[in-house]
Design a protein around this ligand. Structure first.
Ligand code: ACO
Length: 325
């Protein structure tokens, strides 16, 4: 079987920066609290005209350029997101129209913050099963639009952004293994309760602020540390790779304490961990591809390196991918 390779990556974030000091003026919080509890110093926030698709398009254009693949050669577009432009049509279809990728099948995939890893795994399986030659996978979010800017427990933790990867069949290099999982028992730990089938939008849902993210932070924290370790070990076992052979660990950027605890349990040394949470906060499905893009830009990844991606998120979900770059 030919491995599926990441041929090029791209990313895009809004211009507007909101620092912890800005947040101090909006809710009862402090830079000291946010930095010590999460590692976040600032985040990017979309303007009114910026949406998930506009960020996704910019990231996708860069990834296409870097990969040398024409948009008309794409056979598949998956947008991994929990904040699509609209409930339907799929944001992937909007991307297809803007990119002129008329030969691509398009859909969105939602698996909480793990959506990008899920989408990467689905695209890999699709290409390796003969579904086509090239796929575009984009993790894109405008979480600021579903944040309750009066809730200090959540609004300080999230940000907006997008990251994209173009996939194609490789010869030796490429995705070695992926591992995905879920536990619906934790479905109520992170949710946006209203707006669709269970609780359609009404004056009550708006007045009760039910269109915003609700999160049981402590429960998610405990789950995250454990699952980051387990998901990493599973994908290493599947790929028959030892942890000491991993050149770069790119975890979902939700909280520096989660990242450090997971890395410690796994025995990964600090200079092999990629961290950019201080600049962007938790960008959900965008966090891993955005980190991957920056790691490539900063020459932290060389051809042949082993990269370990691992994420977790609402659902609850988790996923990991091992790549020979
Ligand atoms: N500023 C100041 N104080 C705050 C803030 C804030 N922004 N937010 C909460 N507090 C207060 C709380 O009210 C609490 O006060 P109390 O003790 O008087 O009740 C106190 O700080 C401590 O709160 P804890 O929840 O115990 O703080 P903790 O150290 O656990 O950190 C955090 C909280 C950062 C939310 C952590 O639990 C966490 O990161 N959890 C994981 C969240 C996560 O990763 N979510 C993303 C999931 S992915 C997805 O799919 C969306």
């Amino acid at each position: 079987n030919q491995p599926v390779r990441i041929l090029g990556v791209g990313a895009s974030v809004p211009q507007k920066v909101i620092t912890n000091f800005d947040l101090e003026k909006m809710v009862d919080t402090s830079d000291e609290w946010i930095v010590s509890r999460s590692g976040i110093r600032e985040r990017r926030i979309a303007s009114e005209s910026e949406t998930t698709s506009t960020l996704a398009i910019e990231a996708a254009r860069i990834a296409l350029k870097k990969s040398g693949v024409e948009s008309s050669d794409l056979d598949l577009i998956i947008v991994a997101t929990v904040t699509p432009d609209m409930l339907f049509p799929a944001t992937a279809c909007i991307l297809q129209r803007e990119l002129g990728a008329e030969n691509a099948a398009c859909f969105d995939l939602e698996a909480g913050c793990t959506s990008f890893v899920y989408a990467l795994s689905m695209a890999e399986k699709y290409l390796s099963a003969g579904g086509g030659n090239f796929a575009l996978v984009v993790g894109a979010e405008t979480l600021s639009k579903v944040l309750d800017w009066k809730d200090r427990a959540t609004c300080v933790l999230f940000g907006d952004g997008a990251g994209a990867a173009v996939l194609g069949l490789g010869e030796k290099l490429g995705i070695i293994s992926t591992h995905l999982g879920a536990d619906g028992g934790g479905a109520n730990y992170i949710e946006v309760p209203a707006g669709i089938s269970r609780m359609p939008a009404s004056i009550d849902t708006v007045q009760n602020r039910l269109h915003y993210i609700k999160m049981a932070g402590n429960e998610v924290f405990k789950f995250a540390v454990k699952i980051m370790e387990e998901a990493s070990l599973k994908v290493l076992e599947k790929g028959k790779i030892k942890i000491e052979d991993v050149n770069l660990f790119i975890p979902h950027q939700a909280n520096i304490r989660i990242i450090k605890s997971a890395a410690k349990r796994l025995g990964i040394i600090e200079d092999r961990i990629f961290v950019n949470i201080h600049k962007y906060a938790n960008t959900s499905s965008a966090s891993i591809p955005l980190a991957l893009f920056e790691a490539v830009q900063e020459n932290r990844i060389q051809e042949g390196d082993i990269i370990l991606l691992v994420g977790f998120g609402a659902g609850l979900t988790w996923g990991s991918a091992l790549i020979r770059w």
